[in-house]
Design a protein around this ligand. Structure first.
Ligand code: DAH
Length: 338
């Protein structure tokens, strides 16, 4: 039995030398170590051994099994290492290949114009204020000197939600909210960008929802010339330093006097610049100041309201307001940063 065990060990180790891959190695393991393998077969004959011989042969059988095991283990490790090396070699990544291009989004042209206008006014010491889109009748109209029966309310057809709540028709109510929050303190210097809503039929120049930027300044001795200088600087920053503005008398219930402002604008291909209306403005009406807690004897102010779409249409040469809202990628991708 001793010889058979020694022989088995020698045979297995010899056989191992010719094993070429993991599969053959596994077959070899089954052949020698498996349940029906050669070692098991030999050990089955142990019953016929004497009591002295049994532990000696048992020990030897263990040694043989361990020797074959560790030889198989060593081979196995070698095969695994070789397999890993093969994989590493075949799966190398060429880091010099050009990458896949990611499509990049664009900032919406209206957002871009709003941000640009904000930057210009922040540069003049203004801060940004915001207000709700669902507004009270009081803030949207009453406190702006538009009492319930005022005919000028018809200028802005409104979406009412209840008798007292509506979608704001203008950003001017943020003036009122700002004055309330500042409770009589000066200086007030804010701009208020936001969406507004009117019951208009959509066409090339009208949209039931659009954007405005409101401006409000209150302090001591604020004059019409301050308003004009501010607007001139603003328009020159936005459209170029040779831009001119002109003010035409107009009417808004919340300003007195009121004006509309035109800028010089050269259409593509035109030789001479023409005038285009871009905003409404004026000196804050004393009643408006008073209703929101500012003494008109002590303080004065100016206000203006800019139509964002109008500005964006001029700036980018867009001829239909609906382009801003249709989400057509062919339009929007033109505003992608290069
Ligand atoms: N809220 C006005 C509108 O929607 C625009 C406007 C005009 C705002 C004059 C003002 C202003 O603050 O002073 O037509």
């Amino acid at each position: 039995m001793r010889e058979r065990l020694e022989q088995l060990k020698a045979e297995a180790l010899e056989h191992l030398k010719s094993v070429a891959d993991a599969k053959q190695l596994d077959e070899l393991r089954v052949k020698y170590q498996g349940k029906k393998g050669k070692l098991t077969e030999i050990l089955r004959g142990m019953g016929g051994l004497s009591a002295e011989e049994r532990p000696v042969i048992g020990q030897l059988a263990n040694d043989v099994r361990d020797a074959i095991d560790s030889a198989i283990g060593a081979h196995n490790e070698r095969f695994e290492r070789e397999e890993t090396e093969r994989r590493l070699a075949s799966e190398t990544i060429d880091v010099t290949l050009p990458g896949r291009k990611m499509p990049r989004g664009a900032v919406h042209p209206l957002t871009r114009v709003i941000e640009e206008i904000e930057q210009i006014f922040i540069g003049m010491g203004y801060r940004i204020a915001e207000g709700p889109e669902v507004e009270t009748d009081y803030h949207n109209f009453e406190a702006l000197n538009l009492p319930k029966d005022h005919p000028a309310r018809d200028m802005q057809d409104s979406f009412y939600i209840t008798e007292d709540l509506l979608m704001r028709t203008q950003t001017s109510p943020v003036q009122v909210r700002t004055m309330e929050a500042m409770s009589g303190e000066v200086p007030v210097k804010v701009i208020c960008p936001g969406k507004v809503y009117r019951r208009d039929d959509d066409d090339a120049t009208h949209s039931f929802q659009f954007n405005q930027i409101e401006g409000l300044v209150i302090g001591k001795n604020i004059r019409m010339s301050d308003l004009k200088g501010t607007l001139l600087h603003f328009m020159q920053e936005l459209f170029g330093s040779d831009t001119q503005i002109r003010m035409r008398p107009s009417f808004f219930p919340f300003t007195e006097p009121s004006a509309e402002v035109d800028v010089t604008y050269k259409k593509k291909g035109a030789t001479e610049a023409g005038w285009l209306e871009v905003l409404g403005c004026g000196m804050v009406h004393p009643r408006v100041l008073e209703m929101s807690g500012y003494d008109p004897e002590k303080y004065s102010g100016f206000a203006f309201g800019i139509g964002v779409e109008r500005i964006a249409m001029l700036k980018y040469g867009v001829d239909d307001i609906r382009h801003f809202y249709n989400n057509d990628e062919r339009f929007l991708e033109q505003f992608a940063r290069q």
